[in-house]
Ligand binder design. Structure first.
Ligand SMILES: Nc1ncnc2c1ncn2[C@@H]1O[C@H](COP(=O)(O)OP(=O)(O)O)[C@@H](O)[C@H]1O
Ligand SMILES: [Mg+2]
Length: 313
């Protein structure tokens, strides 16, 4: 048995033709190990859904190879797909069917026929047992997301692919879905999630591939990604001074305004802050709302691509 759950080798894939041609994947390679939670982190349009669709055998790459549990997806997509649990986007849930019916129908597509009590067990596992006879359209966003997870798990797959599993959820519902994803890992499954949230990638994933414009620009544990990118802590403060009025601050490697907050990348936050105080005082201004943030995946992304992952952050 292959020790890799998923192998992707130099996959290229485009949409459209002529002037409309878009190179969605420009030579992507990655390995997902058995039993890990692997994150594909990147902004909208990076190619995350396209890559998952290729792994699922729904799209055929132009070139390259993909193996799922050692099975060649291009040669034997149906056998490969039987190893996979695929989370439907919750918006795609067929609104008129009840939770029970949806699970039954989805599993049957894979020739898995579930008893009623097995379906109720699944709903129980995802906190939906009281929703068994409700239609998907009557459910809250969090319930629909959890139903999408229950459906993905209905065939008892080794490998679970989740495309933005916490998309539009509020923080409490999001944490609930995270807890459930961790439970899937504890059951020994391999999980691949896509996300554009670095919080989510850091909170959940053992390893993260950062994907940008169809290319993997880095792949490692969140901790290693941060260490290797050599990004500095960020000192944040509100100070009513334009950048031009600030002297060169000791330790500071980068200064920028994000909204009205000054952000300073600095190797020595204390020395930088002291100098900032002194400069503000000279101009009769105050330094307020001081915080020091340790480097995170957002900083890694910014360093690797020159852009921010989450424009609102
Ligand atoms: N069905 C499609 N037809 C044409 N272009 C597409 C289609 N799906 C995605 N794209 C384009 O391919 C690129 C990658 O998209 P996608 O894989 O959906 O990214 P992500 O999931 O990371 O947001 C984007 O430029 C997107 O506009
Ligand atoms: Mg997507």
């Amino acid at each position: 048995m292959s020790e890799l759950a998923i192998e992707v080798r130099d996959v290229r894939m485009h949409y459209g033709g002529g002037r409309q041609r878009i190179e969605a994947l420009k030579g992507v390679s990655l390995d997902v190990r058995r039993g890990e939670i692997f994150g594909l982190l990147g902004p909208n349009g990076a190619g995350k859904t396209t890559l998952l669709s290729c792994i699922e055998g729904l799209y055929r790459p132009d070139t390259g190879a993909i193996f799922v549990a050692g099975i060649d997806v291009l040669r034997d997509p149906q056998r490969a797909r039987r190893k996979l649990g695929i989370q439907l986007q919750s918006t795609a849930l067929i609104d008129g069917l009840t939770a029970l019916e949806l699970i039954e129908v989805y599993a049957a597509l894979y020739e898995v026929y579930l008893s009623r009590s097995r379906i109720l067990d699944l709903l129980e596992q995802f906190g939906l047992v009281d929703q068994a006879n409700r239609r998907a359209k009557q459910m809250s966003g969090g319930q629909r997301q959890r139903l999408a997870l229950a459906i993905a798990l209905s065939t008892d797959p080794e490998i679970v692919l989740l495309d933005e599993p916490t998309g539009a959820l509020d923080p409490a519902a999001r944490r609930e879905v995270w807890r459930m994803i961790r439970t899937l890992k504890e059951q020994g499954r391999t999980i691949v999630i896509t996300t554009h949230s670095m919080d989510e990638a850091e909170a959940l994933c053992g390893r993260v591939a950062i994907i940008d414009e169809g290319r993997i620009v880095a792949c490692d544990s969140p901790h290693q990604l941060i260490a290797v990118a050599d990004v500095q802590p960020v000192l944040k403060a509100t100070v009513e001074l334009p950048l031009e009025a600030l002297p060169s601050l000791p330790g500071a490697t980068q200064l920028r305004y994000v909204g009205e907050h000054l952000e300073i990348e600095t190797a020595s936050p204390e020395a930088t802050l002291q100098a900032l105080y002194a400069a503000a005082q000279q101009h009769g201004r105050l330094v307020r709302d001081i915080a020091v943030r340790q480097p995170n995946l957002e900083d890694v992304y910014l360093k690797l691509t020159g852009r921010r992952l989450e424009p609102s952050a």
